[in-house]
Design a protein around this ligand. Sequence first.
Ligand code: KIV
Length: 279
Amino acid sequence: MYTSAPTDATPSEKRKAWTVPMLADAKRDGRKLVMLTAYDASFARTMDAVGTDLVLVGDSLGMVVQGHNSTLPVSAADMAYHTACVARGLSKALLIADLPFASDATAERALDASTALLRAGAAMVKIEGAGHKLDIIRFLVEREIPVCAHLGLTPQSVLRLGGYKLQGRDDATAAKLRADARAVAEAGAALLVLECVPTGLAQAITAEIAIPTIGIGAGPHCDGQVLVLHDLLGVNSGHRRPKFVKDFLAEGGSVAGAFAAYGEAVRSGRFPDASHSYD
Ligand code: KIV
């Protein structure tokens, strides 16, 4: 007998396809969410087959696929193209796609870009930041577009931040991140990615908001985890490998095995451990 979301032990053909409301069920039931990035149909199909819950078409594609130094050059058209590719490979996983840099600068632009992503097959769009983005989250949610928020290290802010650095290290920035997390949840986001924040801060945020948190460099206490595909497979994308990255290919023995090993490690709480987290 299945509950509303698939489990590791559930054969692929019997698993239910993920829907947005099932995210809240997973948090309520204490089931860890396994998320990976994908940019094409074949990797997406392999992730789907091993039971990956959520697949993100990240604007990280600017760095790992297009070879740029940041995500800033990625366009809304790039995102729609890769989202359509990934959508063709999925039957069960929930597909989330990033709103790339400046495509969410105004509500109207965000609506246009989100419409294209949903038409390409996404079930949810991801938006970096809080501040003026809170109105945009509200605007999209009121128009039936599910939103995943993204706080902490937001790569689209790299110029202001001066690099890809741990966020929320001192009391003031930690308090601001906690307030932003509450605000994106109140604005209607259904999921929150926390990137590169200390373990204790991510744990506190996870405990105080009702929506699931997905960590990347945010310690083991988030409601789920995400890794970039190339990092999980140890592919050299020409960028520094952060501490939170783990290559699962050796452990898994094959691409599908690596995805499965990652899923098992997240669900069992084995990943991330202290060596892949920040104090
Ligand atoms: O673009 C991306 O791949 C992301 C993940 C790192 C969360 O935003």
